[in-house]
Design a protein around this ligand. Structure first.
Ligand code: PMP
Length: 445
């Protein structure tokens, strides 16, 4: 049995202890955090739609019209007019035949990977993929080949070794903790060559990249070339929930086999209506996306002037990699004292030795706020004993993580346990989860 206090003390000693901070009021560019006014630089409310009046009113109206909750899972009685309306709108937005709403991005990734890969098959997953993709791989019971971050050569090698058992390549398009973009064109090409499917998680690209914010897949001119796109409603679309965009056949497969869709309550009508209003606003006001890009460019160049290496990011997500967890915490606290909130991100969210402040720009920040924030972060870093000019360059940090995490062989239990990002993977736990899942299927059947 876990010794709870001992485990908490251990986390504290490692600089990995977490607590929630309290934000009063909506997720705007300026908030009151634990009673203190700060500039918010770590919210995924990229387009400022979570606190937009039209979105707020749409959610409030939906609560009055359809109720606060959906009352049941999608397949029982939880699919309501508002869900269908948003699905149609999202399919048109993403240029796919169908879209299917899930309760969250976490649930969508679990469902998609689980539905598209089975025991005996292989999933190819970027080493920096989000925890929900990693967990989807585990639950699928397929073998997982973790390829080096954005390393198409390594991916090609893995595919060539799969002996026809390859089922799926899964990658984020904009990486959540690094702000770089996957080489989607090469990935799609490899998938075609080896006859495997491709799923792209556009959680941080939807509303942020591509023409009209349609995402990185659209930006790369790959609409219609990717089997499954996962998008979230909780980031640029200012609400909560997620969707999967695909063709009718795959939508039917997910409806019938994606366990996280089948066994979870449908998203609440206010959240769905809020996302619908946000999508309408995004389509009416593409300048929000342009403003986001302009703001990200300003923050990147101001941070570079402070000596930070921001070369790894080409998007609204800008990591300041400082290395040790304790240092990241110190920089975060020093910035907070000066009125800027940029959360420290530590393992296991990011690989060991690459703790960072993950900055997230919003379209609603002013350029002056961002300039001042860069100054504050520069001073905070120095106060915390971290000299930005000596920062580990982003490319180096990624390479270091890659070497630690990705042996050039299929994952086995040992390699798995040593992998930086997948440290919480463990073959036994994964088997236990899969066994529970199998039990649930037979109970449901
Ligand atoms: N995918 C990625 C890349 C993410 O960053 C996140 C959330 N941070 C998710 C999926 C999960 O989405 P949600 O918050 O809607 O569960």
């Amino acid at each position: 049995m876990i010794e709870i206090q001992a485990r908490l003390t251990e986390l504290q000693e490692l600089g990995l202890y977490r607590r929630t901070r309290l934000v009063s009021g909506p997720q705007g560019p300026n908030v009151v955090l634990d009673g203190r006014p700060v500039l918010l630089l770590c919210s995924n409310n990229y387009l400022g739609l979570a606190d937009n009046t039209r979105v707020q009113e749409a959610a409030a109206d939906a609560a009055l019209r359809w109720g606060a909750g959906a009352g049941a899972s999608r397949l029982v009685s939880g699919t309501m007019t508002v869900h269908r309306r948003l699905e149609k709108r999202l399919a048109a937005f993403k240029g796919t035949e169908a879209a299917l709403l899930f309760g969250s991005g976490y649930l969508a990734n679990l469902g998609v990977v689980g539905a598209l890969a089975r025991a005996g098959e292989v999933v190819f997953s970027d080493e920096l993929n989000h925890a929900s993709i990693i967990d989807g791989c585990r639950l699928s019971r397929a073998e997982t080949f973790v390829y080096g971050h954005n390393d198409v050569e390594h991916l090609a090698w893995g595919l060539s070794q799969a002996g026809g058992r390859g089922a799926l390549i899964v990658t984020e398009s904009v990486f959540s903790m690094d702000g770089d973009v996957a080489p989607l064109e090469e990935i799609v090409e490899l998938a075609r060559l080896h006859d495997v499917r491709v799923a792209v998680d556009e959680a941080h690209a939807t509303g942020c990249l591509g023409p009209g914010g349609r995402g990185a897949v659209a930006e790369a001119g790959l609409e219609g070339e990717v089997d499954v796109i996962v998008g979230t409603l909780g980031k640029a679309l200012g609400s909560y929930g997620a969707f999967v965009a695909c063709d009718h056949e795959l939508a039917a497969l997910f409806t019938n086999t994606a366990r996280s869709l089948i066994f979870s309550t449908a998203p609440p009508p206010p959240a769905v209506a809020g996302a619908l209003a946000a999508l309408e606003l995004l389509e009416e006001q593409p300048r929000r996306v342009e403003r986001l890009h302009a703001n990200a460019t300003v923050l990147r160049s101001e941070l570079a002037r402070e000596g930070f290496d921001v070369s790894g990011s080409s998007t609204q997500i800008i990591p300041l990699i400082v290395g040790e967890a304790a240092t990241a915490l110190r920089v975060c606290e020093a910035a907070l004292e000066r009125g800027v909130f940029a959360q420290a991100i530590r393992p296991p969210t990011v690989p060991d030795g690459t703790s960072r402040l993950r900055l997230a720009v919003m379209a609603t920040h002013t350029k002056d706020e961002l300039r001042e924030a860069a100054r504050v972060l520069g001073r905070a870093a120095l106060q915390a004993g971290f000299r930005p000019a000596t920062a580990m360059p982003v490319a180096f940090a990624q390479e270091a993580a890659h070497v630690a995490a990705a042996p050039r062989a299929f994952f086995d239990a040992e390699a798995d346990a040593s992998a930086a990002r997948t440290a919480f993977f463990d073959a036994e736990a994964s088997d236990a989860v899969a066994a529970d899942a199998a039990d649930a299927v037979s109970r449901a059947a």
